[in-house]
Ligand binder design. Structure first.
Ligand code: UD1
Ligand code: CA
Length: 502
């Protein structure tokens, strides 16, 4: 092989459409191109196919993550076209390069658009930048780095002009079929025939073209202009390069994927859903393998990037989304949805709890039916109970807010008891204000704390108080109407009524 493949992505660098020439010594011999410019007509969506989500992130993000395990991000080129700006925005942080294919005239045309980036400018001194280009499809996210490496190594060993990844599918409908010619168990490839152009005989071939290829860069760009648009779609098919090379007596070989499941694409919503199911079950298997218990895994929705430590138990119908990280020995009970949040060890999440963009320290207890909105920071061993809503707040170590409470824009110390029905009135109709409750304070039930307001250390707020002024340390604050009692009033009323009725 020309150069050893990288196993880790380098840190990102500014990504630019223009691919500037670099000194030969600094270049990597292998580039990865990801075709992602197409619209995805078969999805019947107004949005581009590669940004539809599976496993909790855009399909293209999965392909990029895999590509950058094989070569550094600076050697990955994403071909964008349909909704190019949205695509760049969605995956730009990965540090990959983008190449614009303004008009989408087929997969062959996509590689024509990448000529300068991959092969260099004929007139420039840069010469060709890469020796080998690995081509991936932005709509086929299950491919593994291991398979890509094997494909690349096979290509190098075979000294082929083109190597395609093939697979045997029980139902090959819709895919390009691999036409082999010659002798031996693995005769070389003569052509790839697309479903629409295949004869009845060819349609019976179960070996399909997966849409992943490796090309010798000079060979590709010396022959790519021989592609034509004389086919069912009037497009430049990259698949036709097999026939072009065959006629030019250049070697075309196919490498069969060990796991046919890896090559599945997502042209329709149905196919996309199947990929999502596969990815999530694979995620569950990975977590089970790592020591996490998941009951009824097929009912749980766990995104690809979620991390869970050993001995945590996940009950049925739980959703763990985005960049969520969960510690060890936690129990996440049914119907809880946790998104982009970090939970420490030994956290108990009782049923029906929603946690968004929040942090929960070790040993805390949440739920049932708590709603932690973004910016909630729950301290060690703290409790957030039934129908408690929190937002942009900190609840100190061991503090408790167990029932029917709203705590927003608040800073609550350690060992605080927030009684049932407490509300931080944080909004005056124009702006938000802060409530501060110091360590050891006791907030009686049904209190309204009108922010900005401070409750001092160890202070008491009497039940049903409306607190509009700061409460000093160790004080008792009562902010409610004094109770008056009228002795005998009820009896007198009953008697008066009886008299009236006669
Ligand atoms: C392609 C192959 C087919 C193979 C299948 C595997 C061709 C002609 N056919 O068909 O043999 O079995 O993949 O999944 O290549 N794209 C661009 N620019 C374009 C057109 C497409 O970047 O002008 C991108 C798309 O966004 C997509 C990828 O290329 O990510 C593949 O295109 P798609 O239309 O899905 O090809 P298939 O019909 O699936
Ligand atoms: Ca496809």
């Amino acid at each position: 092989m020309a150069k050893t493949l990288k196993t880790k992505a380098k840190s990102s660098r500014p990504n630019d459409v223009a691919c500037h020439s670099r000194p030969r010594a600094a270049r990597n011999a292998i580039a990865v191109v990801i075709m992602a410019a197409g619209k995805g007509t078969r999805l019947k969506s107004k949005h581009t196919k590669v940004l539809h989500e599976i496993g909790g992130k855009p399909i293209l993000a999965h392909v990029i993550a895999t590509a950058t395990k094989v070569v550094p991000a600076q050697d990955v080129f994403v071909i964008v076209g349909h909704e190019a700006e949205r695509v760049r925005e969605a995956v730009g942080a990965t540090g990959v390069n983008f190449v614009l294919q303004a008009e989408q005239r087929g997969t062959g045309h996509a590689l024509m658009a990448a000529r300068e980036a991959i092969f260099g400018n004929k007139d420039a001194l840069s010469g060709n930048r890469y020796d080998q280009v690995i081509v991936l499809s932005g709509d086929a996210p299950l491919i593994t780095a291991e398979t890509i490496r094997q494909l690349s190594e096979f290509h190098s060993a075979q000294k082929a002009a083109m190597t395609l990844l093939s697979a045997d599918l029980d139902n090959p409908y819709g895919y390009g079929r691999v036409i082999r010619r010659g002798t031996g168990t693995r005769p070389p490839v003569q052509a790839i025939v697309e479903e629409k152009s295949a004869t009845a005989q060819q349609k019976k071939i179960r070996e399909i073209n997966s849409g992943f290829y490796v090309f010798d860069v000079p060979a590709l760009y010396e022959h790519i202009d021989r592609l034509s648009t004389k086919n069912a779609h009037g497009e430049y098919y990259l698949t036709d390069m097999a026939g072009v090379f065959h006629r030019a007596r250049k070697k075309v070989v196919a490498f069969k994927a060990f796991d046919a499941g890896e090559v599945l694409g997502s042209n329709t919503r149905g196919e996309m859903m199947m990929l999502d199911v596969r990815l999530r079950l694979a995620k569950c298997r990975e977590l089970l393998q790592a020591g996490v218990t998941i009951f009824y895994p097929h009912t749980c929705v766990i995104d690809s990037d979620v991390e869970v430590d050993a001995d945590t138990v996940i009950e049925p119908f739980v959703q763990l989304l985005g960049s969520t990280k969960i510690g060890a020995d936690c129990r996440i009970r049914s119907y809880s949805v946790i998104e982009n949040s970090i939970l420490g060890d030994r956290v108990t999440v009782k049923p029906g709890t929603i946690v968004e963009d929040s942090r929960v320290a070790a040993g805390a207890v949440l739920g049932p039916y708590s709603h932690l909105r973004p910016g909630s920071d729950i301290g060690e061993g703290a409790h957030v109970g039934n129908f408690v809503e929190t937002k942009k707040m900190k609840l100190g170590k061991g503090s408790k807010a167990n029932h029917l409470t709203y705590l927003g824009d608040a800073e609550i110390g350690e060992g605080v008891n927030v009684g049932a029905g407490t509300i931080t009135c944080n909004y005056d109709g124009v702006s938000k204000h802060k409530t501060v409750i110091a360590d050891g304070a006791f907030i009686g039930s049904n209190s309204t704390l009108v922010a900005p307001v401070k409750i001092g250390r160890g202070a008491y707020v009497g039940a049903a108080s409306c607190i509009t002024e700061d409460v000093p340390e160790d004080a008792l604050a009562l902010g409610r109407a004094r109770q008056s009692v009228k002795e005998g009033w009820a009896r007198a009323r009953r008697e008066a009524q009886k008299e009236k009725r006669g």
